[in-house]
Design a protein around this ligand. Structure first.
Ligand code: PLP
Length: 359
């Protein structure tokens, strides 16, 4: 049979489109706020601006392909050997490298649902099959069901803690029980994109869990707490063989020179950035308390967002937010995710939420 156009991989037919958070649109006379992508509301630190400015002088040159200085800085920060760090174009970039490193067509990737919508995309791109295990009524991972979902074809389980979009964290004891039940040849990824907002003392120390388990790796990002979403840089903590595989699957020169410099500078400014995170957590606590006072019964968020599983009221809720100049993230009839943003945005959001509060 002759074809009128280039043949594309049939696996692409199974790739869902990524729906980015809507940009902020303002009704007349109202400041609009983007609460749809879990971004950091703070502007870049002056030291980061300075290093970016300096970095502009050399953008005619390729970046250090091995990201040597950044990897050394991350390794020192995390307290591991540089051989155990891999960097990528955001943790989404690394997720793609993970699936490329582990999955042939038809292999399975297990994750909770809802969880991060990049997971089914990176799986489908590799021709792998997504196995979605529903979260429970408290919006938490059902680790027992997830362990039971592991088959001969499973190559990766992705655990997201705090879970995007539901905000809940895994606890140390349940994670240990899960790891004991999962075969050692299945890679377990702990996605900690929102680590810096966690205050639950029962949350595991993922690096400690990684150290104790040869099939575990940790995924982190500079996009959220560090406020560098636009620069695209994240990292993995992985045992040697996995880390080496991730490096093989990296886009050559993918992490650009400005991103490398800004990430190094941001690790140096960690304390200052954590003061900002603490302020975001304080705002989260204020929003959560405000919602409780309105009568909402929320699942516990440990991230920089709150989750409203409102069923068929999702569209009206998201629309009311938008009418108030607040862009939020709607997931069909599953729920609406609202990022903790600027103080004024959070206050305005509480006013909108009041109109939907349970009687
Ligand atoms: C935002 C987010 C990331 C980070 O993505 P980057 O590519 O690093 O910007 C990773 N995992 C989850 C669950 C997220 O919500």
């Amino acid at each position: 049979m002759s074809h009128e156009s280039p043949r594309l991989r049939s696996a692409l037919d199974a790739v869902p489109a990524y729906v980015p958070g809507k940009p902020a649109v303002a009704p007349a006379g109202v400041t609009a706020y983007k609460l749809s992508s879990n971004e950091n509301p703070y502007p870049p630190l002056d030291v980061v601006r300075a290093v970016l400015d300096k970095g502009l002088d050399t953008i005619n040159r390729y970046p250090d392909m091995a990201s040597t200085d950044l990897i050394a800085a991350i390794a020192a920060f995390v307290g591991v050997d540089p051989s155990n760090i891999a960097v990528g174009t955001g943790s989404v970039g690394i997720l793609g490298q993970i699936i490329q490193s582990t999955c042939d067509a038809g292999d399975e990737v297990v994750f909770a649902w809802r969880s991060f919508e990049a997971y089914p995309i990176v799986a489908a791109l590799a021709g792998a099959v997504s196995v979605r295990v529903p979260v429970d009524a408290d919006q938490r991972h059902q680790l027992g069901l997830m362990a039971a979902a592991v088959t001969e074809r499973t190559r990766v389980v992705i655990l997201c803690s705090p879970n995007n979009p539901t905000g809940t964290v895994l606890h140390r004891a349940e994670l240990e029980e899960f790891l004991a039940a999962v075969p050692r040849d299945v890679l377990v990824v702990l996605d900690e994109a929102y680590l810096e907002f966690v205050r639950d003392p029962e949350a595991p120390d993922a690096v400690e869990v990684w150290r104790a388990n040869p099939n575990v790796m940790v995924l982190r990002t500079f996009s959220k707490a560090y406020g560098l979403a636009g620069l695209r840089v994240g990292y993995a903590v992985a045992h040697d063989a996995v880390a080496a595989a991730l490096r093989k699957c990296a886009v050559p020169f993918g992490v650009n020179s400005l991103a490398q410099a800004a990430a190094i500078e941001s690790l140096g400014a960690y304390d200052e950035l954590m003061v900002r995170c603490a302020a975001i957590v304080a705002e989260r606590d204020r929003v959560v308390a405000g919602l409780a006072a309105q009568g909402w019964q929320m699942s516990e968020t440990q991230a920089n967002f709150v989750w409203f599983p409102l069923g068929e009221r999702c569209t009206a809720f998201a629309q009311a937010c938008q009418d108030a100049g607040l862009m939020v993230r709607q997931y069909g009839d599953d729920g609406v995710r609202v990022t903790i943003g600027e103080v004024e945005a959070n206050t305005r959001f509480l006013e909108v939420a009041r109109g939907f509060a349970p009687a």
